[in-house]
Every structure is written in C-alpha cells, then in structure tokens.
Write a protein that binds this ligand. Structure first.
Ligand code: HEM
Length: 182
C-alpha cells in the first residue's frame, strides 16, 4: 500500500497546488488568465477533493492503525492532511455556492488567505510524508526554526495559536462589518 499511497497523493498535491495558483491569479489579476482561472477552478477543486479522499484512505492503510497513532511524525502528517482537506473542502463549497462572486470585493482576500493556508498545510503534510518514507527535505528545518520539531512534538506552537486567534477575530469583525453595510 505504501507505493499506492505515494502514487495517489500526487493527485491532491497537484490539483490543490493548481487550485491555489488559480485563486491567486483570479483574485489578483485581470484579463484572459484571470478569466481562465475563474472558469476552471471548480473542476480542479473537485478533482483535488477526490484525490484527497484517495490519499487519506490509502495513507491510513499503509501502516497498522496503532503505528499511525503512536508516531508523532505520522500524527503530524495525518493532522496536516486533514487540515488541508478541510480547507480545500471549504474553498470548494464556497466556489460551488458563490461562483465568480468569490473573486469580488473582500471575498477575494478571504479566498487568498484560504488558498495560501491550504497550500502551506498540504506542503507540510507532503514533507512529513517524505520523512515517513525516508526522504526528508530541508523544508522541515524551516518548520524547526518556527519551533516545531516534527519528529518529536505533536502540538501547535504558541505563535500559531496567536495567529489563529487574530485571524478568527479579524474574520468575525470583517463579517459583522460587511453585514452591517448590507
Ligand atoms: C491528502 C492526504 C495525504 C497526502 C497529500 C499525503 C502525502 C504523502 C507523501 C507525499 C508521502 C511520501 C511518499 C513517498 O515519497 O514515498 C506520504 C507517505 C506516507 N503517508 Fe501520507 N499523505 C496523506 C494522507 C495520509 C494519511 C491520512 C495517512 C495515515 C496515517 C498517511 C500515512 C502515510 C505513511 C505511513 C507514509 C509513509 C509511507 C512509507 O512508508 O513509504 N498519509 N504521504
């Protein structure tokens, strides 16, 4: 199953990377490329979610469940995969429901934040997967510099909690302000 997982995870990684790029182009640019990015975004997101499901199911079957849950490295990999999946699921639901409106006004900044966060989380998941398969990358040193020793710790560094809190408050304020205006 290890080989199958390694093969299948290329699908969510590729589709989510493309989706984030399309959101950046759609939100920040005008003209032909922006139109193309907006028009193609939903199918790419749906394919990304299907790939994510395949990646998560196959990943869970690589090792016995006890081994998955015992190792902090695997738990970090699992957690980051779930976060990435959750973020792209929200992005897919928003694009499905609001179509091109997600690229209007303040909405597009929220989409940009989600796209960048999703990209960061699947990148972390991928690099931790590389560790599990015996191919670590220098990206983990970067995580270590941020206070996260991926081999040993299974926790969220304090500064991440502060960022989450600031984002939550900013989102609530932006939401209330927009509601009051309308
Ligand atoms: C969308 C979700 C996921 C992505 C993008 C992902 C990504 C990856 C990547 C890139 C690798 C390295 C493959 C290689 O170079 O051979 C890997 C390995 C691994 N992943 Fe995942 N993964 C996901 C979900 C999961 C889940 C839910 C589990 C369950 C615990 C899991 C467990 C593993 C294990 C055990 C390995 C090491 C395989 C080995 O020994 O060769 N993955 N993953």
């Amino acid at each position: 199953m290890s080989g199958i997982h390694a093969m299948l995870v290329h699908f969510p990684i590729a589709f989510w990377a493309l989706a984030s790029l399309m959101i950046i182009v759609g939100a920040l640019m005008q003209g032909h490329w922006a139109q193309l990015a907006k028009a193609g975004l939903l199918p790419v997101l749906i394919l990304g979610l299907l790939g994510g499901i395949a990646g998560m199911v196959s990943g869970w079957l690589v090792w016995p469940a006890d081994a998955n849950l015992y190792s902090p490295l695997t738990r970090n990999h699992l957690l980051m995969s779930f976060w990435a999946f959750g973020i792209y699921a929200v992005v897919t639901a928003l694009v499905w429901r609001y179509r091109d409106l997600v690229f209007e006004g303040a909405f597009r900044w929220a989409m940009l934040v989600l796209a960048l966060m999703g990209g960061l989380f699947f990148a972390i998941s991928g690099t931790l997967g590389g560790h599990l398969a015996g191919s670590p990358t220098p990206f983990s040193d970067l995580l270590g510099a941020g206070g996260w020793t991926v081999y040993e710790t299974f926790y969220v560094p304090d500064w991440v909690l502060v960022v989450i809190l600031i984002l939550a408050v900013a989102s609530a304020v932006a939401g209330f302000t927009a509601k009051t205006r309308s």
